[in-house]
Design a protein around this ligand. Sequence first.
Ligand code: GLC
Length: 427
Amino acid sequence: MTRSLDDQALEILRANDRGGYTVPTARLYPYQWNWDSAFAALGFSFVDRDRAWAEIETLFDAQWPDGMVPHIIFRRNDPDYFPGPDIWQTNVDPPTSGHSQPPVASSIVYEMVERGDASDLARAHALLPKLIAYHRWFHTARDHQGTGVLGIVHPWESGRDNCPDWDLGMDRIEIADDLGPYQRRDIGHVDPAERPQPAQYDRYLTIIKFGRECGWNHAELARNGPFWMADPGIQFILMRADRDLLRLAQAVGETAAIPEIEAWIAHLEDGCQQLWNPDAGAFCAKDLRTGTFSPCLTNAAMLAHYAGAGTEGQRQRMAETARRVVDDVAFAFPSWDPRGSAFESRRYWRGPIWAVVNYMIQKGLAEHGETRLADRIKTDTLALIARSGFCEYFDPLTGDGLGGRDFTWTAAIHIALSSDATTARAA
Ligand code: GLC
């Protein structure tokens, strides 16, 4: 059973391969996405090492001169996607979007090295300067005041596009009056009830307009852009990636890079305390313009263990809350607390389960001895895929598969979770 699902998973990766890079799914997402590609590499790495490295290498081929790795790379024009390169106008080659996405790449590279041999180490070594430049960009452009708290300039930068976390910042955005008529393509491919609302889309485009008009100047976006919020997901994923980058630098003997990376880690460790919301008893997103916390636990905040963030007591508190959330749903782990008033079990990041986030959550929990919770999340992820297929996301109450079908990262996570190597490491 599992074997044949893994075969199907590999077929999906191959079918979504556009030659050196993988699209998240045909039609709905016809380009290369940053963290999707990193997870595609993870999936490929269990069956085809060379192809896995190519995925990461093509992603970093699109790195901007300042170190940023953009969230979308528009390698071939596809009029069936909106907003395309003509809306972003970033003036780079290949054309890309103008902000980044969760920087999981170094962590995936480290996993590939851990399971690999000397040739994997050599490819990681060749990539190391680019990985370091990417992290340095995040630590400066997204922490321009040096507070140890990273900001994001667009909800899409979090990778959790329409999570209620962003309602705070989004509600304060005044929609630009000259957006003109535009045609969304996503709702032609997927049920609109499973996608963001029109008013949110107008605000997404208002931020892009601001970015375009300031020439995608990161400092200007951070200081005066329409949206500037802290995301526990980005904070924790970069923290983990910094730790994995440090291990990579040590493994290849790049000792000169080590002090800078250690300083980044210490800085983010301090910054995490500013994301602890005492009212929720959890790490939460925060509007950095007003200092207001988002009220609820998310799947991204559950990456605290994965990051090694917070005190032991805070992590225990997160695990306790997670146990309660898991009891509230049929399948774990929902992207928003089901007891929160904004919870919608089928709408994108406002409740549904995402396999890639589950992968990171269960890994972190297992490493911290939270074995039962980790096992539940891992088992649920595999059960959802067995039951509903390789969907983009899943309803935590019914287990229904939602959004796009034959999804690259869901396939990749199936391969990773069902592999013996992963099971052995998590045990
Ligand atoms: C959606 C998701 C984002 C993902 C992209 C491609 O925008 O919210 O996280 O990278 O689709 O799959």
